[in-house]
Design a binder for this molecule. Structure first.
Ligand code: FE2
Length: 182
């Protein structure tokens, strides 16, 4: 008998220094009373600050480590945005369409920051289903964020953020990368 493990989904984790997270946070526009929740609606890579450019270089280095080096690939940085979540806020289940790689960088995530939930987009199979709190459902992975954590996964992966409960805002930067033959 043979068992073939087909189409494993990569999840890459990396870290950036806390010092870089702090410098990026200092450069971000502060949420106003009118826009104090959800995504701050601008392309973060268009901000001129040095810390933003330093972070961009770090994330692009990470992508180069992921993409196979034995053939000609181009990686193109897509839009980047900030998710700012205060107590009670969450992010509903979604995916990033045909984006090659989604990268999320946690700039501020205290010990009680809401988890990121990665969900298998395929219909549930009995051997991939998982039980939590007595309930079974689709296969998922819980990622506990912390300041400086970077996670990367394919754009087709469904993901959500559970309700954030702690008073310290949870601030992450998400960006898309496109990978194509050069
Ligand atoms: Fe997302």
């Amino acid at each position: 008998m043979k068992i073939h493990q087909l189409w494993a989904t990569p999840l890459v984790q990396n870290e950036i220094p806390h010092e870089l997270c702090s410098r990026v946070l200092d450069e971000l526009p502060k949420p106003s009373d009118d826009n104090d929740r959800g995504s701050l609606d601008f392309n973060v890579w268009q901000l001129p600050g040095q810390a933003i450019q330093d972070l961009r270089a770090r994330l692009e280095e990470t992508v180069k480590l992921i993409v196979p080096g034995d053939c000609a690939w181009d990686t193109r940085l897509g839009r980047g945005w900030i998710n700012f979540q205060t107590a009670g806020e969450s992010n509903s289940l979604h995916h990033h369409g045909e984006t090659s790689i989604v990268m999320i960088c946690y700039l501020q995530a205290g010990p009680g920051a809401a988890d990121l939930i990665l969900v298998d987009p395929r219909p549930p199979s009995i051997w991939t289903s998982r039980i939590e709190n007595g309930k079974s459902g689709r296969s998922f992975l819980r990622v506990r964020p912390y300041t400086g954590l970077v996670v990367c996964f394919p754009g087709y992966i469904m993901h959500a953020v559970e309700p954030h409960v702690e008073p310290i805002p949870r601030i992450s930067l998400a960006t898309n990368f496109w990978v194509q033959h050069s």
